[in-house]
Ligand binder design. Structure first.
Ligand SMILES: [Zn+2]
Length: 183
């Protein structure tokens, strides 16, 4: 039955092709979020392997943290921007889970992130949440937690602008993963 549904979806895909969320090319299977080429084409960093990477250096002296990283290099008009745009502005929360899954693979092979036991998305300001209807970080965090096989919680962090500077001093490594990815 599942196979029949997939054939039907693929037939619909031939008539009304789904497009890769990164490059805009038609995707082969209707459920694919990005084409087969893009995972090999995305500009991945190797920051998870290096404690003294560019992201960590930007945070030195500003907040307490154990490790920080970004998964992808960002360039205006390129694939990474398309992915983030689709996640943030086109309601493609599944792209967030996909990106989180890719991000979650990296700490597993890095000595810097072995102690992480909970992934916490940074809450959106309530005005932004009301406007967008969801926190894109939630879906990225879900993808990370799923891939790392660790916990996920939205209840352990509350955004309060009046105490934001104090909050920043106590964020955990897990929080840093999400924050730097979304920067
Ligand atoms: Zn693509």
């Amino acid at each position: 039955m599942l196979q029949v549904k997939r054939w039907c979806d693929d037939l619909i895909g031939l008539l009304l092709p789904n497009l890769c969320n990164a490059c805009g090319a038609a995707v082969y299977h209707s459920e694919d979020l990005i084409c087969t080429k893009c995972p090999y084409d995305l500009p991945f960093t190797d920051y998870h392997q290096h404690g003294e990477n560019r992201v960590a250096k930007q945070l030195w002296g500003r907040v307490l943290f154990n490790a920080a990283m970004a998964m992808l290099y960002f360039r205006k008009g390129a694939k990474v921007q398309n992915l983030i745009h689709n996640l943030k502005y086109n309601g493609r929360t599944d792209v967030g889970v996909l990106l989180g899954g890719l991000l979650g693979e990296r700490p597993k092979v890095s000595s810097f992130y072995q102690d992480v036991d909970l992934v916490i998305p940074v809450p959106l300001h309530h005005k932004k949440y009301k406007y967008r209807g969801y926190n894109q970080g939630t879906f990225i965090a879900e993808g990370i937690a799923d891939k790392m096989e660790i916990g996920f919680s939205e209840k352990n962090l509350v955004r309060n602008n009046a105490t934001e500077s104090r909050l920043k001093k106590t964020v955990t490594t897990a929080l840093k993963i999400c924050r730097t990815f979304l920067a």
